[in-house]
Design a protein around this ligand. Structure first.
Ligand SMILES: *Cc1c(COP(=O)(O)O)cnc(C)c1O
Length: 432
């Protein structure tokens, strides 16, 4: 017996235009993906705290499971079980996809569970990952220490590499894979790189990928530092955008979550593995992120403006040797990538203090407004010392290669009053 398609518990016809006018993401964050009439008229989506969902009929239960198990591509047509899907997660996924103009999105329990599920979904034994460097330390560790246990190799190239160097890395990766009777499974990027803010030329990576490997090998990019507001890498030829939603998207330093955006073709295999492993985000945190996304443009705009003012102050300070800030790039090749890829300079940057670890520590210990903590993208300003904190385990030689010096302080500027922040940095520098 054939079963008629079931209307989903979310609006099919979503309002994304007024006449010819496509609505902006900042407008869509307030209502997209949610129909109040399906929830007693509740203006905001309720939090659906349930482990499982009642099927309208046995035939529909069967049909939903065909989506879950992959018999029918594209995910389940209805709600099944909270390890697979849920209303809060689906609304959040619809809204996250809007920012990158993506066909589909998936949300995860952390940025790292998004990254781990993505890599596991695409890599088979003997495959090779070609990646830009440096990556977020846990990502680099997952590739080099965990995936290597399953015979998955990697080749890396520096974030600022030109097209020739990127092509050479892809050819080296292809050779390494062919020697093992395998293939390059994924090109994985992170831009800007942390903590140096070196930008990857995604357009050059796309051209090199097409020339050396073909378009069937996906390019994924961690867009945590500039996304979702200031960089949309699908436009430059990336296939999957990766987020730690813990950072700017969450934006209040009160949750941990991750996300992926991209075409269904790339999301479907990841969704299948997420269903199996249970790396989906929980309903409560999904709801908090819905609230966060309503203000993400406001928060990021303000923190970007604050960072520009703070950096203008720091640049001329006699105790500051230099800045790694995207609003003040010296290198012409990096400036060219910035112009092509980015619509804003972000609010996370490096400041090089004259001296070394001792001077940096005195500066950090003297801060009164800025908190001494790792992480970034929150409403409050944070400062840390990568060489002795986030990047402590990186060998000295690689630290030197990556420009992670003892006199580097990383700052993530929040949404406080800019002049208050400048006063704080001024008095902390006076203590050095
Ligand atoms: C924080 C971060 C991650 C990891 O995200 P979690 O949410 O902490 O798991 C990955 N990439 C970048 C660039 C990050 O800043």
């Amino acid at each position: 017996m054939s079963v008629p398609p079931t209307p989903r518990r979310k609006p099919k016809a979503q309002v994304t235009t007024i006449g010819d006018r496509p609505l902006k993401p900042s407008t869509l964050m307030m209502g997209h993906g949610y129909d109040p009439t399906l929830s007693e008229g509740s203006l905001k989506p309720p939090i659906f705290l349930t482990s499982t969902f009642a099927f309208p009929s046995a035939a529909e239960g069967k049909r939903f499971f065909e989506g879950i198990t992959g018999k029918r591509p594209g995910g389940a047509e209805g709600l099944v079980y909270s390890r697979f899907n849920g209303p809060n997660q689906e609304i959040l996924e619809d809204r996250l996809a809007v920012w990158d103009g993506a066909e589909d999105a998936l949300v995860f329990s952390s940025g790292m569970s998004a990254i781990a599920t993505l890599l596991l979904a695409f890599c088979n034994q003997g495959d090779v990952i070609v990646h830009s460097g440096p990556l977020y330390a846990a990502t680099e560790g997952f590739i080099a220490k965990t995936l290597s246990r399953f015979g998955i190799g990697y080749v890396d190239f520096p974030a600022g590499a030109a097209q020739g160097e990127i092509e050479a890395a892809l050819q080296k990766g292809r050779q390494l894979a062919e020697d093992q009777g395998s293939r390059v499974a994924m090109v994985y990027l992170e831009s800007p790189a942390n903590p140096t803010n070196a930008l990857v030329d995604v357009e050059a990576v796309n051209a090199a990928r097409n020339a050396v490997l073909g378009a069937d090998v996906p390019i994924a990019i961690d867009n945590t530092f500039l996304g979702p507001l200031w960089q949309q890498p699908l436009r430059q030829g990336a296939d999957v955008v990766v987020y730690s939603l813990t950072k700017y998207a969450g934006g209040h330093s009160d949750l941990v979550a991750g996300g992926l955006s991209g075409a269904k073709r790339w999301m479907d295999p990841v969704r299948m593995l997420r269903n199996t492993m249970g790396t989906i985000l929980d309903p409560n945190t999904s709801w908090m992120l819905l609230r966060s996304l309503e203000t993400v443009e406001l928060r990021m705009t303000r923190s970007g403006e604050n960072a520009a003012k703070v950096c203008a102050f720091l640049r001329q300070h006699p105790k500051v040797e230099g800045l790694g800030y995207l609003g003040m790039i010296d290198d012409p090749a990096q400036a060219d990538i910035f112009r092509r890829h980015c619509s804003g300079a972000g609010s996370t940057f490096s400041v090089f203090i004259k001296g070394g670890e001792a001077e940096c520590f005195r500066f950090l210990d003297a801060l009164k407004i800025a908190k001494l903590a790792v992480s970034l993208g929150g409403t409050e300003t944070l400062a840390s010392h990568p060489a002795s904190m986030t990047h402590l385990s990186v060998p000295d030689e690689r630290k030197a290669q990556l420009g992670i010096t003892d006199n580097l302080v990383r700052i993530s500027v929040g949404i406080e009053d800019a002049d208050d922040l400048i006063a704080d940095f001024e008095q902390a520098l006076a203590a050095v």
